[in-house]
Write a protein that binds this ligand. Structure first.
Ligand code: SAH
Length: 262
């Protein structure tokens, strides 16, 4: 019986791979990888390894989870080093927990290798910090794909007072999400950013407001991270900062939501 490594591949930029992931990819006998794994990362895999694509389309699961589990079991019996490579971090909306549970139940040795998650790295590449002194002291990460079977399990009301809300898998439902957040009591004029294909060469940022997204949503293509909150306004400042190498608090004076007492 071999060992299964459940490995996070990071959000896209191959340099965001961890050294541990890199080392394990070099010794892999087989790699089962997802749609969100940047193909450039596959260049780092042991050239003799077998590559198996088990990508799932948003919404329609081309390969059911049970089938992926079955493949893990199959390859673990066949090879020494089986790598299950997932976008971002395996335990953040990646169903890595379910796979670990399956391996545990079947007595297959496994190891978890965390990855850099898109939820913070993608906004960061877009110049948006999830926390910022005086502007955001809390954030929440929520799925925009909120049903399991027919059961809805996101309580949008809970996000009224969280400073920054980050939504993964939210592109398709962006209009409804924006409506839910306004209904929950958030300010309709709050800025919203979508960072598409973050950390890759095709990264693109779309800035809007909750109101606009709820009424006339801008064109956005998945994968994208949706960020709601006043920190979104910082992307301009940080852009300027990156260009000039200078950062002045003065530039933040007009940022809505900046508390004057800090
Ligand atoms: N486990 C992953 C998340 C899987 S859910 C992680 O930790 O990052 C898939 C969602 O992640 C996508 O719908 C999108 O919202 C986000 N995502 C992942 N990679 C992304 C990227 N490079 N750019 C923008 N969004 C990304």
């Amino acid at each position: 019986m071999g060992k299964v490594y459940i490995v996070g591949a990071g959000p896209g930029d191959p340099e965001l791979l961890t050294l541990k992931a890199y080392r394990i990819l070099k010794k892999a006998d087989v790699v089962l990888y997802d749609r969100l794994v940047n193909e450039d990362i596959l260049n780092y895999v042991n050239p003799l390894a077998k590559l198996v694509y088990v990508g799932k389309e948003d919404g329609k699961h081309t390969i059911p989870q049970e089938e992926i589990n079955r493949l893990l079991l199959f390859y673990a019996k066949l090879y020494k080093n089986v790598v299950r490579l997932k976008g971002g971090d395996p335990f953040i909306f990646g169903r890595g927990g379910e796979e670990a549970l399956f391996l545990e139940r079947n007595g297959i040795p496994y190891e978890l290798v965390p990855g850099v998650s898109s939820f913070y790295a993608v906004p960061e590449y877009g110049g948006i910090p999830l926390t910022f002194r005086g502007i955001s002291s809390s954030f929440a990460v929520v799925t925009g794909h909120e049903t399991v079977g027919k059961r809805k399990y996101v309580n949008w009301k809970a996000f009224k007072d969280i400073d920054t809300v980050v939504i993964l898998m939210g592109v398709k439902n962006r209009r409804r999400i924006a409506k839910e957040l306004i209904n929950a009591g958030r300010n309709p004029y709050e800025p919203v950013a979508f960072v598409e294909r973050g950390t890759t060469e095709d990264q693109r940022i779309v800035i809007s407001t909750l109101k606009e997204v709820s009424e006339n949503p801008p064109e956005v293509n998945p994968p994208a991270v949706m960020v709601i909150g006043n920190v979104v306004n910082l992307h301009k400042v940080l852009k300027e900062f990156n260009e000039t190498g200078r950062f002045t608090y003065g530039a933040l004076k007009d940022t809505p939501g900046r508390h004057t007492d800090t």
